[in-house]
Ligand binder design. Structure first.
Ligand SMILES: [Zn+2]
Length: 434
C-alpha cells in the first residue's frame, strides 16, 4: 500500500490524467445518450416544481432537446441547456421522439448494488440489483449514474457499473413505417411488462423482451393500450417503448390550462343510480356522459383530464376526494343533477363550493360561464359536501339541472345542452387558470 501511495504521489499528474481520460470518455458517451426528448409543441413552460402551481422559470421551444432526470405526478424533471433543472408537464411533450433507443447499456459489477432515489447515498433506497445484470443508462455524472429501474429513474454509484457498447433500443433499420393505419409500439427496455391496467401496480399479463412489437390501440395518460399478435390486450408504459408513425396534432402549449391536471367526477355509478327522471332514466348515466363530453373539449386545450370513474362502477366519496389530493389536481369538478321531492317542483343549475378561500374563485369562474344556459342559473352556494370538504384541492360540485323536472329534462337529455356545458366548463377553467 505504501508503495502504491508513493507511486501515486510521484506520478499523481499521470494518474490524474489517466483517471480523467477514463472518466471523460465514459461520460461523454453517456451524456450523449441521455434519455432525451425533443420538444415539438411551439413552446412549453418550465416550472421550478412538478405542477402548475409552481413558478414559471422559462420556456422551452420546438426543437429543444431535454434530458429527463425524474418523473413525479406526470411531470418530468428535465435538464436544460446550461445545466439548469426544471419541470415540464409530460403530456405536453408526448408527441416527441423519446430517443430511448440510443440509451447505453451497463453491467452491474458489484453484488447487490443499491439503487437510490437521488444521486445521494442518504436518499431513499429504491432497491438493489444483482451482479452482472444489465441496466439501461439514462444519464451520468462523475460519481453517479442514472439508470432505468422498475420503470422509473434511479441512481447507482458510477464505479459500480461497467459500460458496454450495447444500446438498449431495437435497431432502427426496420423503422420505415409509412402511412400504415396500424401504428407499432416497439419495446426498448428489457423485461417490459404488459399490464391489465395503465398503472404500475396493474396486474402483469406478460413480460416481453426488447424489440417486441405490439399493435397500438389507444393512449391513456402516459400508457399505451396495445394488442399482441396472439390477441391479448393490455397497457405498456410509454417510457419503455417507441412508437412508429406518431402524427398526433402538435399542441400549442403556452397557455396555463394546458399544464393543468383536472379531475372530473361523474356523480354516483354502479349500484348507486342517483336521482331518477320522470322517464325512468338515471342520474349516474347522465353524469358520466357529461363528464366524457367535458373531457373531450378540455383535452383540446392540452389539459390533462383524469376521471374518478369512466364506466358504470361504484366509487366511494372518499376515493373520489382522495384521487384529487393524490394527483395534486389543479381543479376537481363533481357533476350531478338535482331532483326535487316532488316532480316538476325545481329548476336551475347550481355551483357549490365548500371553502370560500380554496374553492370560491373556481366556483365563480365556472358560474359566470354557466349563466347563459337554457336552464336558468341559481348561482353559486356554499355547502358542506363530502367530496369538497375532504378534498385538499380547489373543488366544486355542479348540479346541472333538475332531472325530475320536465322542463329541465328536455335540455338535460339533449346533445346541444351537453355540448354547451362542456364548452362553458372549458371556458370557465381557461379563465380560472389565466
Ligand atoms: Zn347526485
Amino acid at each position: 500500500m505504501k508503495k502504491f501511495i508513493k507511486f501515486f504521489m510521484k506520478n499523481r499528474i499521470l494518474v490524474a490524467i489517466l483517471l480523467l481520460l477514463a472518466l471523460s470518455s465514459w461520460s461523454t458517451v453517456a451524456l450523449a445518450s441521455a434519455n432525451a426528448v425533443v420538444v415539438q409543441s411551439d413552446s412549453v413552460n418550465v416550472r421550478v416544481g412538478p405542477g402548475l402551481a409552481y413558478a414559471n422559470m422559462g420556456q422551452v421551444k420546438k426543437g429543444d432537446k431535454l434530458a429527463i432526470l425524474a418523473e413525479k405526478n406526470k411531470w418530468y424533471q428535465v435538464r436544460l441547456s446550461g445545466d439548469k433543472i426544471g419541470w415540464i408537464a409530460s403530456w405536453l411533450i408526448d408527441n416527441t421522439d423519446v430517443s430511448s433507443a440510443t440509451n447505453k447499456v451497463g453491467i452491474v459489477k458489484v453484488p447487490n448494488t443499491t439503487v437510490f432515489k437521488n444521486a445521494d447515498a442518504s436518499s431513499n433506497v429504491l432497491g438493489t440489483i444483482e451482479q452482472s445484470q444489465k441496466v439501461t443508462i439514462m444519464y451520468q455524472e462523475q460519481d453517479w449514474t442514472q439508470i432505468l429501474y422498475n420503470g422509473t429513474a434511479g441512481w447507482v454509484k458510477s464505479n459500480f457499473i461497467q459500460g458496454t457498447q450495447e444500446t438498449s433500443g431495437s435497431s432502427n433499420s426496420s423503422d420505415t413505417t409509412s402511412d400504415d393505419d396500424i401504428k407499432k409500439v416497439t419495446v426498448t427496455q428489457p423485461n417490459t411488462k404488459l399490464r391489465i391496467e395503465p398503472d404500475q401496480s396493474g396486474r402483469v399479463v406478460k413480460t416481453v423482451k426488447v424489440g417486441k412489437q405490439f399493435d397500438y390501440l389507444s393512449k391513456d395518460g402516459k400508457w399505451y393500450k396495445v394488442r399482441d399478435s396472439d390477441g391479448s390486450v393490455g397497457y405498456v408504459a410509454s417510457w419503455v417503448v417507441t412508437i412508429s408513425g406518431t402524427k398526433s396534432a402538435v399542441k400549442s402549449a403556452s397557455t396555463n390550462i394546458s399544464e393543468a391536471t383536472i379531475v372530473l367526477d361523474p356523480g354516483h355509478g354502479g349500484d348507486d343510480s342517483g336521482a331518477e327522471s320522470n322517464k325512468s332514466t338515471y342520474e349516474k348515466n347522465f353524469t358520466l356522459a357529461y363528464a366524457k363530453a367535458i373531457k373531450q373539449q378540455l383535452e383540446q386545450t392540452g389539459a390533462r383530464v383524469v376521471m374518478t370513474r369512466s364506466g358504470d362502477n361504484s366509487k366511494s366519496l372518499g376515493d373520489r376526494a382522495r384521487l384529487s389530493s393524490k394527483i395534486q389536481a389543479d381543479a376537481f369538478i363533481s357533476l350531478h343533477f338535482d331532483s326535487s321531492a316532488q316532480a316538476d317542483a325545481g329548476s336551475g343549475v347550481t355551483t357549490y363550493y365548500y371553502n370560500k378561500n380554496k374553492d370560491g374563485e373556481l366556483a365563480d369562474d365556472l358560474n359566470s360561464q354557466l349563466k347563459g344556459l337554457s336552464i336558468g342559473s341559481r348561482g353559486t352556494a356554499q355547502k358542506d359536501l363530502y367530496v369538497l370538504h375532504y378534498n385538499s384541492q380547489p373543488s366544486v360540485l355542479i348540479e346541472l339541472g333538475y332531472i325530475n323536472s320536465k322542463a329541465d329534462y328536455k335540455y338535460i337529455n339533449s346533445n346541444t345542452y351537453k355540448e354547451q356545458i362542456a364548452k362553458d366548463v372549458t371556458n370557465g377553467l381557461k379563465e380560472y387558470f389565466k
